[in-house]
Write a protein that binds this ligand. Structure first.
Ligand SMILES: *[C@@H]1O[C@H](CO)[C@@H](O)[C@H](O)[C@H]1NC(C)=O
Ligand SMILES: *[C@@H]1O[C@H](CO)[C@@H](O)[C@H](O)[C@H]1NC(C)=O
Ligand SMILES: *[C@@H]1O[C@H](CO)[C@@H](O)[C@H](O)[C@H]1NC(C)=O
Ligand SMILES: *[C@@H]1O[C@H](CO)[C@@H](O)[C@H](O)[C@H]1NC(C)=O
Ligand SMILES: *[C@@H]1O[C@H](CO)[C@@H](O)[C@H](O)[C@H]1NC(C)=O
Ligand SMILES: *[C@@H]1O[C@H](CO)[C@@H](O)[C@H](O)[C@H]1NC(C)=O
Ligand SMILES: *[C@@H]1O[C@H](CO)[C@@H](O)[C@H](O)[C@H]1NC(C)=O
Length: 420
């Protein structure tokens, strides 16, 4: 035993003795101390501590005497008037061939990824974009991104819209999007998704969390990867599988997908009941997506202390047995977009009963796009710290003094737990 462990052992025995003695008042129990420790961990982790690769945990037998405690720590929050501060505004031609013109809200250097080949110069500048009201934060701190619903366009022309991509990228995490409305309507094709930002698509994967077209009512979750990643057909999820091979290069690039069972997970009814929370959990247990409608959002989410292990079964899940979540997915940035027609909404238009005429005709009248709008309360990203076994801190390239404080504190507690 080193001097320090003797000290811990001493402290530990003293505590156990004292707390065992019922007569002594004012002394916190060990469980309370543990709780307080967890709280203090949360409080010393700053928002800028954007966790990257949470290394997969190594199990250690020596510390298996306590139950595992995962703590999800807020790493980043996008909301209100600072929402738009840390995104790139994509201004190229639509990679999915939509009749859309993405407008530029910030002058950024173009990203170097698979979309470069599609980039054209069809965009307007920042001032034009904001003055056209396609992206703004309203009086209630609600973030709005929308398709243009004021201009008429000629047949075959594009309609203006917005596509943003986070500057930060993640390797794992818990992503919580609280939104009131998502875009929908004939010819409309929105998505909230993540994309491997540093490699040629689909090498670093794509996770489609919220996506649909036209008057769909069921959200469609999908994963697009290199060959070798497979969705298990019977899994711990409530949705319906449509494709099991996630290989993005086959089946018209459709990837593997699951439709949400809920009839309010997309479209008119989604908006009518106030949206809700979409959650995407990406860790060593796989990649899972939940949809909680407005009145069923778990209290732990509302409290900012998410505990995904306590949630009901997810709508969709890609299990690690069929697909390694860190081999096929890496360095993901977050994307919101609204496109029109194109590969999905265009090709499916004629076979969608509720949508009149052709997609290009539908695009002409701005009144057809009053519901093509995101209304977002917040997007929060949490990263996991596991207070059991060997804890490896989030491996972001820029390690802050706070993260080493955190690590020291975690190691301290683990020693205490191990000894007690
Ligand atoms: C944990 O225990 C199992 C079974 O006794 C053993 O095979 C394994 O090597 C141990 N792991 C560690 C990290 O000690
Ligand atoms: C460790 O804990 C897990 C769950 O808490 C339990 O299933 C497992 O049997 C334990 N292993 C040992 C070696 O005690
Ligand atoms: C802000 O919220 C209030 C109360 O819910 C609502 O009446 C009002 O219409 C909202 N304002 C905007 C711009 O959405
Ligand atoms: C992820 O990012 C790291 C660090 O920049 C890089 O070394 C790695 O190649 C990237 N992986 C993929 C699949 O993009
Ligand atoms: C479903 O979850 C249970 C409990 O976590 C697990 O034992 C089982 O293997 C899972 N089934 C599938 C098909 O992933
Ligand atoms: C927009 O939404 C409203 C309310 O659900 C609906 O009545 C209307 O038909 C929709 N309009 C379009 C163009 O989608
Ligand atoms: C455009 O859509 C917004 C809702 O996103 C609505 O408030 C506004 O009245 C619409 N404008 C027109 C001209 O229809």
């Amino acid at each position: 035993m080193t001097r320090r462990t003797r000290l811990y052992a001493g402290l530990c025995s003293a505590y156990l003795l004292l707390t065992a003695a019922q007569g002594i008042h004012g002394l916190p129990r060990f469980e309370d101390l543990k709780e307080a420790f967890v709280d203090s961990v949360k409080s010393i982790v700053p928002r800028s501590f954007a966790g990257q690769a949470l290394q997969r945990r190594q199990q250690s037998n020596s510390t298996n005497s306590t139950s595992e405690t995962d703590v999800w720590i807020l790493a980043d929050e996008y909301s209100g008037h600072t929402f738009f501060d840390d995104w790139k505004f994509f201004t190229g031609a639509d990679p999915t061939n939509g009749l859309v013109e993405y407008v530029l809200l910030q002058l950024n250097s173009m990203r170097t990824n698979e979309f470069d080949e599609f980039i054209t110069s069809s965009y307007v500048d920042q001032d034009t974009a904001f003055s056209e009201g396609l992206a703004y934060v309203d009086d209630n701190n609600t973030v709005i991104m929308k398709g243009d619903n004021t201009s008429w366009v000629n047949i075959g022309d594009t309609r203006k819209s917005v596509r943003i991509e986070s500057n930060k990228y993640w390797n794992g995490g818990l992503f919580l999007l609280d939104l009131n409305r998502a875009p929908w309507g004939c010819a409309v094709w929105p998505a909230f998704w993540t994309l491997g930002a540093l490699a040629t698509w689909p090498t670093a994967g794509e996770i489609d969390i919220l996506e649909g077209v036209h008057d769909n009512i069921h959200n469609h979750v999908a994963w697009h990867t290199n060959p070798g990643c497979v969705l298990t057909e019977t899994g711990n999820y409530t949705g319906t599988v449509d494709q099991t091979d996630c290989n993005a290069n086959i089946n018209d690039n459709s990837g593997c997908g699951i439709s949400d069972w809920s009839r309010v997970s997309y479209g008119e009814s989604f908006d009518a009941q106030g949206g809700g929370v979409y959650a995407m959990l990406w860790d060593e247990t796989g990649i899972a997506i939940w949809y909680f409608y407005r009145v069923s959002i778990p209290q732990d989410i509302q409290d900012g202390d998410p505990k995904p292990k306590t949630w009901s079964m997810p709508s969709a899940s890609l299990a690690p047995e069929g697909c390694d979540p860190f081999q096929y997915f890496a360095n993901h940035s977050i994307v919101f977009d609204i496109t029109f027609c194109g590969d999905w909404a265009g090709n499916s238009y004629a076979t969608t009963p509720g949508c009149p005429g052709t997609c290009a005709e539908r695009l002409q009248d701005p009144a057809n796009f009053i519901n093509a709008s995101w209304s977002i309360n917040s997007l929060k990203i949490y990263t996991k710290e596991s207070l059991q076994g060997t804890v490896v801190s989030a491996g972001h390239a820029t390690s802050s003094p706070h993260s080493s404080m955190l690590l020291t504190a975690v190691v301290g507690l683990l020693m205490l737990l191990a000894l007690c």
